[in-house]
Design a protein around this ligand. Structure first.
Ligand code: ASP
Ligand code: MG
Length: 416
């Protein structure tokens, strides 16, 4: 392969809704052919058509009766959805006059560990894909799947065709990874809460991880992998050709306007949060570990954690969990015998609202501006937590819209 060829590889990924019917498959095949005609080598990663994966899983569950379907067989089953899409896409591309070939995860050399249902990619042997590219073919790879060292089929976790696309981009040192989906890109805030929300032309990887709940539902592992390998990504709509989409890329790579840009990228929100408070906890080393470890061991994700300053050797200890995990979290906290406390208060009906941006840490005043904006909107802050790139407030669920709109306005996110 000539160097010129090598550099001009683009990986495109099409999600289930972009392949839901014949018309969509044709339209996206046409987009692929157009790009090919511009002189690019195209490698495509596809998801299963529409809700195929859900339907296959439901079928397996019914046949497994009271038990969970055996993980190996569940993966053997649901990996077929992507094989169907890949073959159909290759057929359609050929019908439109360009050469194409479909490859399973196995044929594309995608090797994984043996964690069925959420396997991790160990490496990609790109020989076959490269050979097909050299022959001038568009290579359509079945997303979401790989092969263990013992040649068993695995799947990479729900929504993980994105991961296949990013991993292929990195392994092929392709120019970029384009994700075609059913939204126009990544929004500055949830448009259902903030009507003025707009599509971000550009976002960094870390910020994208925080904003992953907004707009395009990206598989978080794919963003992490893209960040590690510095894979430039484009998130855009396969339904709306007018949309320029959002580029995910590190800010430093711009070289210009390094510091002259808006620090706050967007407002992230998350609903259905519950809070557990233990009052009158004895304040001694080890209480946080004793309280939280049993929760984590049951895969309950504990989020915002606040411990108050103690008075008379007693303190209050609060943390948040997802609402649907509240009952179990409450039971575990009540069952444990290591930490004494006076009272357990559990309440749902909270939401998380965050301002997200790289560079907040060294530019003071963002927290103050956030709190002032919430105060002006008459929103009560229940808890506060910060990270390098995020300031989060827990507020009442019913205030989340007002809070998000107030912050969107205070940080002028509706303007370019
Ligand atoms: N079809 C798989 C799923 O629904 C993978 C994907 O959509 O990316 O989870
Ligand atoms: Mg899907």
């Amino acid at each position: 392969m000539t160097t010129a060829n090598r550099q001009r590889i683009i990986v495109q990924k099409y999600g289930g809704s972009s392949l839901a019917n014949e018309q969509m498959i044709r339209a996206n095949a046409a987009r692929i052919c157009k790009r090919k005609a511009q002189g690019y080598n195209i490698v495509v990663a596809v998801s299963a058509m529409g809700d195929t994966t859900d339907r296959l899983l439901a079928l397996a569950q019914r046949l497994a009766g009271d038990q969970l379907p055996p993980p190996r067989e569940a993966d053997a089953l649901i990996s077929t959805g992507e094989l169907v899409s890949a073959a159909l896409m290759a057929i359609t591309i050929k019908e439109q006059g360009h050469d194409a070939i479909s490859l399973s995860g196995r044929q594309a050399g995608i090797r994984t560990d043996n964690a069925y249902g959420s396997a991790r990619i160990a490496h990609i042997d790109t020989q076959r894909v490269r050979r097909e590219i050299e022959r001038g073919r568009t290579v359509v790879v079945a997303g979401f799947q790989g092969l263990t060292a013992t040649d068993d089929t695995t799947t990479l976790g729900r929504g993980a065709s994105d991961l296949t696309a990013v991993a292929l981009t990195a392994a092929l040192t392709a120019e970029r990874c384009e994700i075609y989906t059913d939204v126009d890109g990544i929004f500055t805030a949830d448009p259902r809460l903030v009507p003025e929300a707009r599509i971000l032309p550009r976002i960094g990887y870390q910020e994208m991880l925080e904003m992953a709940s907004l707009g395009a539902k990206m598989n978080p592992r794919s963003i992490e992998l893209a960040a590690v390998h510095k894979v430039p990504m484009l998130i855009t709509s396969s339904f709306n050709d007018q949309s320029a989409g959002t580029i995910i890329r590190d800010w430093e790579e711009d070289g210009k306007n390094m510091e002259i840009r808006k620090v706050i990228t967007g407002i992230a929100t998350e609903s259905n949060i519950a809070r557990i408070t233990l009052r009158g906890v004895q304040d001694r080393p080890g209480i946080a570990a004793a309280l939280l470890t049993p929760l984590v061991n049951e895969s309950i994700s504990v989020d915002v954690i606040v411990q108050n300053v103690s008075a008379d050797g007693r303190t209050d200890f609060s943390f948040t969990v997802k609402e649907d995990q509240l009952r179990r979290a409450q039971e575990i906290a009540a069952e444990q015998k290591q930490v004494e406390y006076a009272e357990l208060i559990a309440r749902h009906g909270y939401a998380k609202v965050s301002i997200v941006g790289v560079g907040m840490q060294n530019a003071p005043g963002y927290a103050a501006r956030m709190f002032q904006a919430l105060a002006d909107a008459d929103v009560n802050i229940e808890m506060i937590t910060t990270s390098e790139i995020r300031i989060t407030c827990i507020v009442e669920q019913r205030s989340v819209g007002i809070a998000a709109r107030a912050l969107h306005q205070a940080f002028e996110l509706g303007e370019d």
